[in-house]
Design a protein around this ligand. Structure first.
Ligand code: ASP
Ligand code: MG
Length: 422
């Protein structure tokens, strides 16, 4: 049997008609049987759907937003297809179904479930347009609904994969088809045991590509991005970035953990376990080599710079002239666990515990409320967390100049600082 490969195209690679033409050009010489193409929603569609949900939740009028979202997709199709093409009624149907779904009641209690039944329309629509367009330009592909084989639990918005069921579903439903045709499907979405739609967390399409690759024993995954590959820093924030031609799974996982947004953090582990190489390539320059992530023993020595924005620094100080001990740490961590908050950096001194986390208004309030009786709590918002991996030859002053440093921590291989622009 021919070797299976998985391609993933993110939102930016399908953001307009031109991008879709480019996608088709990339596939022109690469498309083959035993290939799955995973696509995200077009451009900023997922954000637009989130806005619609917010408006609906606060009982405001969202009709203009849905009209605009439909027009955005219709416009792309008008640029790509002849007038009477069947993609137009397909679009009409999706927006009808979406509109209808939006009319059902939304409360605090069903918010996450409701969210998942709405938000996946971005991917459903986008993948349908991609499939239709590829067929239109002579590349026959089949469309599959990922909710039929990506099986999850019912943790809506952050659903966990049922690997066993997913593997069986993929093998029964996809393998036979893939022997004759490439498949186009959606990233990010799945369904639970009740058949209800679920999602894997924002930006989860990369993860879908990895899930499909492991379930189908693929030989590689390629993620097509608007950057040349994995760089040692975000080129939008740093000058003179360096491209990694190769990277070990561990290095790559570490970078995503600290906030490198080039690949979704959950993508690496399943691929590493199955030893499937991951290629990160530029859709703007498809012939260039990009980055290959795979088993690699030798350690990187080039420093990487990773910034996490919108961080919150909270410190819990003991007030009764005692010192910080296990009980205090336990109390704080129990609360973090209940609120499902992840700590990006932790520092403990004699009298205080300091935590750095992604800012979430709602949860901050709850955290303060429950720990207020035990500690004197202070917090700062609007910070950024800079992590430098392999900082050996880095001149640190350069990173402090325009910033006030609120917290700093270093180990042999990492330096982290929480900072605020002066
Ligand atoms: N469209 C989804 C999002 O924007 C999933 C993805 O892009 O990977 O979060
Ligand atoms: Mg996206």
């Amino acid at each position: 049997m021919a070797k299976m490969i998985v391609y993933k195209f993110g939102g930016a690679s399908v953001k307009d008609a031109q991008a879709l033409k480019n996608l088709a050009e990339i596939l022109r010489n690469r498309l083959r049987k035993n290939m799955i193409i995973v696509v995200s929603a077009m451009g900023k569609t997922t954000n637009a759907l989130e806005t619609i949900l917010d408006l609906k939740f606060s009982e405001k009028d969202y009709s203009l937003n849905s009209t605009k979202l439909k027009e955005f997709h219709v416009q792309i199709c008008q640029d790509l297809f002849p007038k009477e093409h069947r993609v137009f009624p397909v679009l009409d149907n999706y927006f009808l179904a979406l509109g209808k779904k939006l009319e059902s009641p939304l409360t605090k209690d069903n918010y996450d479930e409701f969210y998942d039944s709405i938000i996946g329309y971005g991917e459903l629509i986008s993948s349908s347009i991609v499939m239709e367009y590829l067929c239109e330009v002579g590349m026959i592909t089949l469309w599959k609904d990922a909710r039929e084989f990506i099986k999850t639990n019912s943790d809506y918005r952050f659903a966990k994969i049922n690997w066993e069921k997913t593997r069986i579903g993929c093998r029964y439903q996809l393998l036979p088809v893939l022997e004759s045709y490439p498949i186009v499907t959606q990233g990010f979405i799945g369904s639970d045991d009740h058949g209800k739609p679920t999602t894997l967390g924002r930006e989860g399409s990369d993860f879908t590509a990895a899930i499909l690759a492991t379930s189908l024993d693929a030989v590689s995954v390629t993620i097509w991005k608007d950057v040349p590959g994995v760089l040692n820093a975000d080129p939008k924030k740093f000058e003179n970035t360096v491209l990694f031609e190769e990277l070990g799974y561990k290095e790559a996982a570490e970078m995503t953990y600290y906030g490198a947004s080039v690949i979704h953090p959950k993508t690496i582990k399943p691929l590493a376990n199955s030893k499937i190489p991951l290629f990160v390539k530029s859709f703007l320059n498809p012939e260039s080599q990009g980055t290959k992530i795979y088993t690699q023993e030798s350690q990187q020595s080039i420093p990487s710079f990773i910034i996490k924005e919108n961080q919150l620094l909270v410190s819990f100080k003991v007030t009764d002239f005692t010192f910080i001990e296990e009980g205090h740490i336990h109390k704080v961590y129990e609360e973090l666990k209940t609120l499902k908050l992840r700590v990006n950096m932790l520092q403990i001194s004699a009298i205080s515990i300091s935590l750095v986390m992604d800012f979430q208004t709602f949860k901050l309030e709850k955290l303060l409320e429950s720990l207020n009786p035990f500690f004197e709590i202070r917090y700062n918002e609007g910070l950024e967390l800079l992590t430098i991996l392999h900082p050996q030859e880095v001149i640190l002053e350069n990173f402090m100049e325009e910033f006030e440093i609120l917290l700093e921590q270093s180990t042999r291989n990492t330096i982290q600082m929480v900072r605020r622009k002066r």
